[in-house]
Design a protein around this ligand. Sequence first.
Ligand code: ADP
Ligand code: MG
Length: 239
Amino acid sequence: RASVKKITTGSQALDGLLGGGIETRTMTELFGEFGSGKTQICHQVSVNVQLPPEKGGLSGKALYIDTEGTFRTERIKAMASALGLEPKDVLQNIMSIRAINTDHQIAIVEELQDIIAKDNTIKLVVVDSITSHFRAEYSGRENLAVRQQKLNRHLHQLVRLAEIYDLAVIVTNQVMARPDMFYGDPTVAVGGHTLYHVPGIRVQIKKSRGNRRIARMVDAPHLPEGEVVFSITNTGIRD
Ligand code: ADP
Ligand code: MG
């Protein structure tokens, strides 16, 4: 694990929980309710990956697969400015792709292999969110098995990209306030545990008071379990 690199989240507390930051060669799943801050973290890490290593980045570019239409160039620019970076340059180093359905989302990831093979400066791939299209298109218990099979294959492809190209993968997964309503749905985190079995790190994000958020490490193979508090501010993710 010596060659694993880390990208800062902007919060020392959250970095600490993650063992130094978002890791390369690993898929990190952020799961939590609507508004918990998953998309904000994805935006921040897409900016921070561009920082030089001494500032917590990898001097790299980001690929952002947006399935919910929540990617915001204005937010990226604000986060870049706050770090003293040129907003236009930072935006140019984030390739955002809107995925319109599961087949499109899967096809994009299949094509990434070629894009990344040609451009070794890509150090982060975001899929925000990994589950929304799958849930919408394969609703109902009778479709669960085929959905799980497709989703698992898709997730394993992402894990492989991370491992082969030494890059970080972040996926988000929105879970409901009342997971008991979705009993039997393996993509819904019940009691904080996502029930599909793909290697990686899982972090639950929970709302706290005001702009405060709680991050909780779940089932990490090499990191201690624990909880930390961070904030979502005008300038981005902070302590
Ligand atoms: P999720 O993706 O988990 O549904 P988001 O990442 O979209 O949630 O987080 C939304 C929250 O982030 C908002 O409710 C707000 O609290 C915070 N937020 C978004 N933009 C800003 C901003 N410019 N300044 C401060 N907080 C913000
Ligand atoms: Mg979101």
